[in-house]
Design a binder for this molecule. Structure first.
Ligand code: S3P
Length: 179
């Protein structure tokens, strides 16, 4: 099979982008580029601290810089932060023709997997705010990526499913097309 130079993973917090990305990268002999980790490295601070001390707009600006840097990586699986696709300045990164998979997770499972994690400041908001965030992002994820269900599946099973889709490119999502 011809594997694309870059495979981008999107999805809500707790959808398993980093763990699925790790498995996928290992299977393909690709590098895993985890944009949250790169951002923390660049900023020299954990995400929660960036949000707390500098605010979300500063975090989003850093995130856009990291995405721009990741765009030229080759043979890479790129696991992106859950909010990156919803931030309009990042649109080009997700629509320029790379293969994008949306790891779909129910809100209930997202909460379970991510927990009330202090590392994810946006999940620490009240329940209604998190629900709004989740619902508002679903159409964006669906528009930008081919959806792969993750509920009730291990990261390894999700990676298997993505490998199957990569082997069958006719079924692959074309940019701008709905899954
Ligand atoms: C965010 C998701 C997080 C991280 C930051 C903001 C979001 O990444 O980028 O806390 O806006 O959904 P994960 O999706 O990897 O948890």
């Amino acid at each position: 099979m011809t594997v694309p130079e870059r495979i981008i993973l999107i999805g809500f917090m707790g959808s398993g982008k980093s763990s699925v990305g790790r498995i996928l990268a290992d299977r393909l002999g690709y590098e895993l580029v985890d944009t949250d980790a790169l951002l923390e490295e660049r900023a020299g601070a954990p995400i929660a601290r960036i949000f707390r001390e500098r605010g979300e707009p500063a975090f989003r600006a850093l995130e856009s810089e990291v995405l721009a840097a990741a765009a030229s990586r080759r043979r890479a699986v790129i696991a992106t932060g859950g909010g990156a696709p919803a931030h309009p300045p990042n649109r080009d990164f997700f629509t320029r023709g790379d293969v994008v998979f949306h790891l779909r997770v129910s809100l209930e499972n997202a909460r379970k997997r991510a927990g009330e994690n202090a590392d994810r400041p946006l999940l620490a908001q009240d329940e209604e705010a998190v629900r709004r965030l989740y619902q508002g992002r679903q159409p964006v994820y669906q528009q930008l990526g081919q959806s792969v269900d993750t509920d009730g599946k291990t990261p390894s099973a999700v990676a298997d499913e993505i490998m199957r889709l990569l082997r069958n490119p006719r079924k692959n999502h074309l940019p701008g097309e709905r899954a």
